[in-house]
Design a protein around this ligand. Structure first.
Ligand code: ACM
Length: 532
């Protein structure tokens, strides 16, 4: 032990007092000033807190250091060594800002809110994880002040097309926390499979959970309500809100396999695609489902989808119930029927004291602007974004290019999407700023933030999912968190290099932007259909 300290101090004698000005944290903090000297982290270093609410924060830090560096930091009551201090300076539950100072005598994370403390801890964990050698570690001096540029920093995962399961989701939540992302949008229902247990309608999972995008006969895969509670709690420990998406009135095939009496039919290409808006019992059925969803997800938000309904609503024209509905409510066309349906189900969501979240097709509807969040995804349709803003809705920006992570990131890739030649390479993800959408104008305060969406038609294995997410998740985090004026792609790449080592340590199969051949595209088993 003593010899290890001696070696460390001799090493430090040869290191210049100042050190590199590059602060190796992603996303880039607001300010980071290198300070002279080092703090020595050893198993004698205690984590001290000034408020009992920070106990779990201290435990999180201790767990991460143990997991990644194999060092169990000291208990609080052994406080006789220079300490890591977590200091809550207020009770501002919305504050995400923090200050992290590393000096030879102490490490201090200070924030007026618990979230800020958590983000400060994650910056510290990033620095600790990159320290070479073994305990005791010397961590360079820094004075960091930080806060996010955008409030909504989301990732969406589609588990209807392919189901990945709890461990993969938890790993994703771990990395989201590491990169200070805070919203997990969970696409749990769609045509290939229904993945959420609903007690009142067990066939939704037992029948609707059968199959996936590549194998219509795959055994049923879904999350039980206990699984959901576990994931929601795991996310909450990381200040990540989980938002469920129950897609309607389109993308409903899996539900219709289980309960055909509520089906509104579909087309040859999109069979049994819709719920039936012309039957009163459809609304009570879906309300029952949403009541359970509301209990399971305490986020105060439910995403109702509302996308691409026109792909399969043609059949409604022939449905006598829909015809009657149109007559009674003076609905002129199928789009108005769709808006009527969305409005009714949104009202159900409002009655549960939730906000309703919808894809940008629903911007045509007439919903209360203070309770509605529109997700703008059709990057080729800026008019949809404009319409949402004109109506006063809050908006999350997730334009396909560059935020659909099922798009390829390199033209040599064989599996993944492209839009008229456009791909979602790392640089585009990094450079994205809401300001570049000209229709936003002076309405920036309606933009809640950004989201990256992992659709999984083409992604059936965990390595492939990881390959599409890493390292774009880092570039995305910087687009979401860091001040646009401070972003610098070259600096980002410098900071990214050591993070690739962390991916390797954690057995993440990542895309290597410096040398793509090192980690070749993990092609899925079987026949490859290129969906372009
Ligand atoms: C979507 O990509 N259909 C929202």
């Amino acid at each position: 032990m003593k010899i290890q300290f001696l070696v460390l101090f001799i090493t430090l004698l040869f290191v210049k007092p100042g050190h590199t000005q590059v602060c190796p944290i992603i996303p880039l903090p607001e300010t980071a000033i290198a300070k002279p000297g080092y703090f020595i982290i050893s198993k004698h270093t205690p984590v001290l807190i000034n408020d009992p609410s920070l106990r779990r924060h201290a435990a999180f830090l201790q767990n991460e250091v143990l997991k990644t560096k194999g060092v169990a930091l000291a208990f609080q009551d052994q406080a006789n060594a220079p300490a890591i201090k977590l200091v809550l300076s207020g009770k501002n539950s919305s504050s995400e800002a923090y200050k992290l100072s590393i000096e030879p005598s102490e490490i201090k994370i200070i924030s007026s809110g618990e979230k800020g403390i958590f983000y400060g801890i994650n910056s510290l964990i990033q620095l600790i994880r990159q320290l070479p050698g073994s305990e005791p570690f010397a961590i360079s001096g820094w004075e960091i002040t930080d806060k996010p540029a955008l409030a909504w920093r989301g990732i969406m995962l589609d588990e209807s097309r392919h189901f990945f399961g709890k461990e993969t989701v938890k790993e994703m939540l771990d990395w989201m926390a590491f990169y200070k992302l805070n919203k997990f949008h969970w696409h749990l229902t769609d045509a290939p499979g229904w993945r959420l247990e609903i007690k009142k309608y067990p066939k939704l999972t037992l029948v609707g959970g059968i199959g996936n995008h590549t194998d219509s006969l795959a055994p049923a895969k879904y999350y039980t309500q206990e699984d959901i509670k576990e994931i929601v709690a795991y996310a909450a420990e990381r200040y990540i809100t989980v938002i469920p998406e129950i897609d309607m009135p389109g993308h409903a095939r899996s539900a219709n396999m289980a309960y055909p009496e509520y089906s509104g039919g579909g087309t040859a290409k999109y069979p049994e695609f819709t719920f039936n808006p012309g039957k009163e019992k459809t609304y009570s059925y879906l309300t029952d489902i949403l009541r359970e969803v509301n209990v399971l997800f305490p986020s105060g938000m439910i995403h109702l989808g509302g996308d691409e309904v026109s792909f399969g609503s043609k059949n409604w024209e022939r449905d006598s119930g829909v015809k009657q509905l149109m007559q009674k409510n003076d609905l002129k066309n199928l789009k108005e029927v769709e808006d009527y349906f969305v409005r009714r189900m949104a009202d159900t969501v409002f009655q549960m004291n939730n906000k309703v979240l919808l894809w940008d097709e629903a911007a045509t509807g007439d919903l209360p602007s203070d309770k509605t969040i529109i997700f703008w995804w059709r990057h080729d349709r800026p008019e949809q974004l404009k319409m949402a803003l004109d109506k006063g809705y809050s908006v999350v920006l997730c334009p396909r290019v560059p935020f659909y992570f099922d798009f390829i990131q390199d033209t040599t890739q064989r599996v993944g999407r492209i839009w008229k030649g456009a791909i979602a390479d790392l640089r585009k993800v990094y450079d994205y700023m809401p300001e570049q959408e000209s229709v936003i104008g002076k309405r920036g305060d309606q933009i809640l933030g950004v989201q990256a969406n992992l659709w999984t038609e083409n992604l059936s294995t965990v390595p492939h999912l990881q390959y599409m997410l890493f390292p774009r998740i880092g570039a995305f985090a910087e687009s979401a968190w860091s001040a646009p004026g401070k972003k610098d792609y070259t600096g980002f790449l410098e900071r990214l290099k050591p993070q690739l080592e962390l991916y390797k340590q954690d057995k993440i199969y990542y895309y290597n932007p410096f040398n793509p051949a090192v980690t070749p595209e993990p092609l899925p088993p079987g026949k490859i259909t290129i969906n372009r």
